[in-house]
Structures are given as structure tokens and as C-alpha cells.
Ligand binder design. Structure first.
Ligand SMILES: [Zn+2]
Length: 304
């Protein structure tokens, strides 16, 4: 199912709130990708430093937080959750993985997703939402844990199911800050898709499996109501390369509806999974428009 977007190539001007948001995102990404750097089970102290930074950010915002622990070969790993209780038990969950792949400082993948999650959590910290809002930073998304039982989000989503948590919408923020206006800067996992979608990597992508297409459609419609950046959406079978490549997969495995927001990572970003995935490669203006757009989406999703 294709949900074509408007072909607007220029990002709109940033509002005063967005200028502040851009600075916050920049600081968060620098902290994760420059100061802490590569963070994974081979760089375990850094992985824990990232967890501490995330926890500190949640608690400074006055959020109620919880560490969701499990062990990988005797070493403790932590998903970090901040919850804003709502009037209803239905949960809107925004999440991003905070580990980086081996050999990479992970600025775009996924310092950007975490930076956005922290900034969004701060903006909802004093809200009185209808739904319960959860902001979660997941550990161990990258190989060798990727799509395995030891992936942080898999452990987390399984526990949600066991507790009977009513997660009505899961939004996975995965590599969201690289944009290009150059011709043919956008590629696709199959030539068939390239036929239908833009060849310029200037848009933000929304992706889901077929089962989550109603949620995907709702979120794209809400995003486009306010957004100042082009968007494209696709509900595709989960076996198409890229569709399952993040934490939304774990929620699908446990029967929840979930979507991924992404700049399409390997299909656009030249520094994907490399030592050059550094903060200077990112487009902070368009990154900001994605995050402020998602703030509107969460506000409106909560009212539905
Ligand atoms: Zn990633």
C-alpha cells in the first residue's frame, strides 16, 4: 500500500520552539555519539554510560522511570522506560535503541532516535494525557542481538504481553536525521518500490507491516496535517528488506501494532553502520522538523 506524499523539497522555517528543540537534539546526539561514543556489549562501560545519561535526562524532566533489566551472558542490560500515566490504560509508546553497532559511534543510528525520544519525553512530562504515554530506550538492537530473543525490545515487548499491557500504538524512531536533495540520493530494497517512490532522499519515511497499516495511515495523516517536511509511507510485508529492521519488529512478534519512522538508513545514508556515522553528518533543521512533527502526532493520537 502506497501513501504518496507532497513533493515539497524545502524545509519550512523553524519556529522559536523548534530552534530550542534543535539545540536540545544537537546536545543529546553529541553526548551519545561524541562524548560517550561507541556503545555496545564490546564497549560495555559506554553502553552503561549511555543508560545513565538517558536515565538522568528522564529524571531531570521529572519523569517517573523504571529500568527493565535482563542478562546477556552474565552481564546486566537495561531497557529504560519513562511513563506518564493517563486516564486510560491504553498506551502510546515511543521508543528507540541506544546501542550502536560494532565499530560505529552511532550518531544517526541511533543517537538521533534516542535524542528525539528524550526531547519528546521532556515535552510531555507535565502533560495530563488521555492515554498512558511511555518513552523507552532499548538496549541491544544491533547484531548479534538483532531480531533475536536477546534484543532489548524483544525482552521488553514480551514482558508487556505477559503483563497484559495494552499498547495501542508503538512508534520506533530509527535513524531519522540524514537528508539529501541530490538526484538519486534515495534507493530502495527492490526496484519495484523505486518505481513508485521519490529518487531524492529529502523525505522522512513511515514504515509498517501489513497488520499495522491502519495505525500507519492514521499517523501519516496526523503528521501531514502540521509537518513542514515531506513524508512517504508504506505498509509492506515484513519480509521485504528494511521493513523489520528495528524495534517495531519485537512488538509485531507480540501481537502489537507498531510502526517505524526512519530516513531509510542503508537506503540513503552513506555512513550507515560505519565509523563515520558522526554528529557532523546530520541535518539538524530537518531532524527538528521530524521531531516537532512527531510531537504533534503524539498529541493528536492521544486525543483520538
Ligand atoms: Zn538502528
Amino acid at each position: 500500500m502506497k501513501m504518496p506524499g507532497k513533493n515539497v523539497s524545502t524545509a519550512g522555517r523553524l519556529s522559536a520552539d523548534e530552534v530550542a528543540l534543535r539545540e536540545e537534539l544537537r546536545v543529546n546526539v553529541q553526548k551519545l555519539a561524541r562524548e560517550i561514543g561507541e556503545r555496545n556489549m564490546w564497549h560495555y562501560a559506554q553502553l552503561n554510560a549511555a543508560a545513565d545519561f538517558i536515565e538522568g535526562s528522564f529524571s531531570r524532566a521529572g519523569l517517573h522511570l523504571r529500568r527493565d533489566d535482563y542478562e546477556v551472558r552474565g552481564q546486566a542490560c537495561h531497557n529504560i522506560e519513562a511513563e506518564i500515566p493517563g486516564a486510560q490504560p491504553e498506551i502510546i509508546l515511543v521508543g528507540a535503541h541506544y546501542d550502536s553497532v560494532f565499530g560505529s559511534p552511532g550518531a544517526n543510528d541511533n543517537g538521533t532516535g534516542v535524542a528525539a525520544t528524550l526531547a519528546l519525553a521532556r515535552r510531555f512530562a507535565s502533560a495530563k494525557p488521555k492515554h498512558t504515554l511511555r518513552f523507552v530506550a532499548f538496549v541491544n538492537e544491533e547484531p548479534p542481538y538483532f531480531l533475536s530473543g536477546e534484543m532489548g525490545s524483544t525482552v521488553y515487548a514480551r514482558r508487556c504481553k505477559e503483563r497484559g499491557d495494552k499498547v495501542s500504538a508503538m512508534i520506533s524512531l530509527e535513524t531519522i536525521a540524514y537528508f539529501s536533495d541530490a538526484p538519486n540520493s534515495q534507493t530502495y530494497p527492490s526496484r519495484g518500490l523505486g518505481f513508485f517512490y521519490p529518487k531524492v532522499g529529502n523525505f522522512i519515511g513511515f514504515v509498517s507491516n501489513v497488520q499495522s497499516r491502519a495505525l500507519l495511515r492514521r499517523i501519516i495523516a496526523l503528521f501531514r496535517k502540521h509537518a513542514k517536511i515531506p513524508s512517504e509511507g508504506a505498509a509492506l510485508p515484513a519480509f521485504i528488506p528494511g521493513v523489520s529492521w528495528s524495534d517495531q519488529w519485537s512488538f509485531w512478534q507480540n501481537g502489537y501494532e507498531a510502526i517505524m519512522v526512519t530516513d531509510t538508513a542503508p537506503f540513503r545514508y552513506p555512513y550507515y553502520h560505519s565509523s563515520n556515522d558522526t554528529p557532523d553528518k546530520l541535518d539538524y533543521d530537518r531532524f527538528t522538523l521530524v521531531v516537532s512533527g512527531m510531537q504533534n502526532v503524539i498529541e493528536e493520537l492521544d486525543r483520538l
